[in-house]
Design a protein around this ligand. Structure first.
Ligand SMILES: Cc1cc2nc3c(=O)[nH]c(=O)nc-3n(C[C@H](O)[C@H](O)[C@H](O)COP(=O)(O)O)c2cc1C
Ligand code: SF4
Length: 609
């Protein structure tokens, strides 16, 4: 150990701040990173010793999360979003400009340790990009002028608190409010009614509303809550005696590229989201809740903590809520750290427990065995937002909107090629054509509904409806006009999945990388018809053999575009049956140098077959 006592004390005080609890490991490591601009080996040793976990466990957690680093980063760590809509707005060119001005390459730290650069998958600011992060804080609406400003501040070593506020400004950008956004509830109104009428009645209203989860999969919310409230059964079909601990988790990971509606709900309607969580706690009998907030939404944390404090002061959280004996519930915020897979509910629970976010084998589902092995409800931010409104206005009010199978409304985040990107709320059943018209999209070539893992549709299908029974979406709606090359979209998404695969199962870990390589080969003009056949069967294999939803949807961009945009592929194909995707001769260069040969016989001729 080479560290001074004061350096060690810094880490020890962070360990104490987090109560020396292994479940706090990820939160603690985030703090270490903020303090040291990396997680140094010395800190890993101290943390492992104090938390009584192995060194490799701590190191494994650091390596898992994109926002943590074993390598020293700059005092200003700047990441630009590499999502497809940011690329369309020129993020790659801005990175070149920034990199040249600062004299450091993406992925590197400048020799003086002041600044490091990199890309990140998505920042949740697709409506006001090109966007980025500096030391985890949003940077919005980047352009050449703003980059000049950032460079000047970095070179003058101005601390972030003194940077101009407008660099960090992020608007809600609500373009079209609907059922829920037009009828926000007053603070505490839903809870007061629930306490007055009883939680059985609230549960009836949630059931009557037909509410389905807004995170994407669309499970019936009441069904989920009932399972959690009942808990696992013993051999006689009765609830296990003495099993009282239950948890409520709000999934605010919002990592799906193109989705940013939860950002708005947390920014301007956090009371209502927390109220929905508290209503849920009353129904299922939970005492503890968690808001799992994506690492990129760090800027929202102080105001969310302030809302929680206000709710405690108003007796809307804490002990005997609103005077009801035994109704005790509180909410803790846990931050993610840049791992898309942690939006998957079982991976999220692992992450909440301080571990690597590797999806669990299911069943058992979280409603039976979730946080710390106890029954846990995991719902999306928008689901809880709707719950609070339903608890107040009634299930009937909600169910009169939408379609038979998709009740109520959906809040969607629109980005890409349209005049008015932002937040729109529609009753379910609205057609894609209506949405395109409303947001000012013209010459639309394709729409990606549901983010990278969703479905891409072309002009023939704009009559289709936004609904669970037709086009389901967690909230992402990305528009590509006819000037775009659809292969750029496919390439971006396949790179995204290869990067975000957690590596637990082989079909996804290896398959997503092979798929990415295949798409690169096509885009670079080295593929023939045979490659397409191979790529299609690889894509199907990944879809069918992967362990969790990430792998099962990772091939969607390829399969979807192959069926809707076959011409985009055909235009890139060469008239060969096979050509290697790499230069065989060049790859033998090391061997030639080692054997000190460069004669003609030591070279291969690469020929297409
Ligand atoms: C790779 C992956 C990422 C996900 N990301 C999110 C997310 O960011 N937010 C979310 O609410 N659900 C996400 N989900 C879905 C969750 O697993 C879960 O179904 C959802 O949180 C349940 O809430 P709901 O019933 O209210 O929709 C994701 C699923 C997968 C497979
Ligand atoms: S499918 Fe991918 S993300 Fe999911 S467990 Fe397997 S490797 Fe991890």
């Amino acid at each position: 150990m080479t560290w001074s006592e004061s350096e060690q004390e810094k880490i020890l005080s962070l360990v104490r701040k987090h109560g020396s609890r292994p479940t706090q490991l990820l939160q603690l490591l985030r703090d270490v990173q903020a303090e040291c601009h990396c997680v140094p080996a010395e800190a890993i040793e101290i943390v492992a010793f104090e938390l009584k976990v192995s060194r490799t466990t701590v190191q494994g957690v650091v390596e898992f999360y994109g926002l943590l680093s074993l390598e020293q980063l700059g005092r200003f760590h700047i990441l630009l979003s590499d999502s497809i809509t940011d690329q369309m707005m020129g993020s790659r060119q801005l990175m070149e400009y920034l990199s040249a001005k600062l004299g450091v390459e993406p992925g590197q730290t400048r020799a003086d340790g002041r600044v490091s650069l990199g890309f990140t998958s998505c920042t949740g600011l697709c409506d006001q990009g090109p966007a980025g992060l500096v030391n985890g804080h949003w940077l919005s609406r980047l352009n050449g002028e703003r980059i000049d400003g950032i460079v000047a501040l970095v070179e003058r070593d101005v601390s972030l608190e003194n940077w101009p506020e407008e660099f960090f400004n992020v608007d809600d950008n609500i373009q079209l409010p609907g059922l829920l956004l037009e009828n926000p509830i007053k603070i505490g109104a839903a809870l007061r009614q629930a306490v007055r009428n009883g939680f059985d009645e609230v549960f009836e209203e949630i059931t009557r509303s037909g509410l389905r989860g807004r995170g994407g999969a669309g499970f019936e919310t009441a069904w989920k809550w009932r399972y959690c409230a009942e808990g696992p059964e013993d051999a006689n079909g009765l609830p296990f005696a003495g099993l009282t601990e239950r948890y409520v988790v709000c999934n605010a990971d919002e990592g799906e590229p193109g989705t940013f509606k939860d950002r708005i709900l947390l920014n301007s309607h956090a009371h209502q989201v927390f109220e929905g969580m508290t209503v849920c706690a009353g129904v299922v009998g939970a005492k503890q809740g968690f808001l799992y907030l994506r690492g990129e939404y760090l800027r929202l944390r102080p105001q969310l903590e302030a809302v929680l404090a206000e709710r405690r002061a108003k007796n809307l959280l804490g002990s005997h809520i609103l005077g009801r004996q035994g109704f005790d519930f509180d909410i803790e915020i846990h931050m993610g750290a840049g791992a898309y897979v942690c939006g998957e509910e079982s991976a999220l629970i692992e992450s909440l427990e301080g571990k690597r976010g590797v999806p669990r084998i299911r069943p058992p589902y979280p409603v039976v065995s979730g946080y710390q092995g106890k029954p846990t409800v995991v719902n999306n931010v928008e689901t809880f937002f709707a719950v609070a409104a339903i608890a107040l206005y009634g299930g009937g009010w909600f169910a009169t909107h939408g379609t038979d199978k998709s009740k109520g409304s959906k809040i969607i985040s629109i980005s890409g090629d349209c005049e008015r990107p932002g937040i729109y709320e529609y009753d379910f059943g609205v057609s894609i054509a209506e949405i395109l018209l409303e947001c000012g999209a013209e010459n639309t070539q394709g729409v990606q509904v549901g983010g990278a893992s969703g479905a891409i549709i072309s002009g023939r299908e704009y009559h289709r409806k936004l609904a669970y029974e037709d086009l389901a979406s967690g909230g992402s709606f990305m528009i590509f006009d006819k000037s775009r090359d659809i292969m750029d979209v496919v390439r971006n998404f396949t790179h995204f999945f290869a990067h975000e695969s957690c590596g637990f199962c082989t079909p996804c870990r290896v398959g997503t990388t092979l798929l990415k390589n295949e798409v690169d080969k096509i885009c670079d003009g080295h593929s023939g018809a045979l490659d397409l056949v191979g790529m299609t069967s690889l894509a199907r294999f990944i879809k069918n053999a992967s362990h969790c939803g990430l792998g099962q949807s990772a091939a969607n961009p390829v399969l979807g575009t192959l069926s809707h945009f076959p011409d985009a592929y055909k235009a890139r194909l060469k008239d060969v049956s096979f050509e290697p995707g790499f230069d065989l001769d060049e790859s033998l260069e090391i061997a030639r140098r080692m054997s000190m040969r460069d004669d003609a016989m030591a070279h291969l001729e690469q020929e297409a077959i």
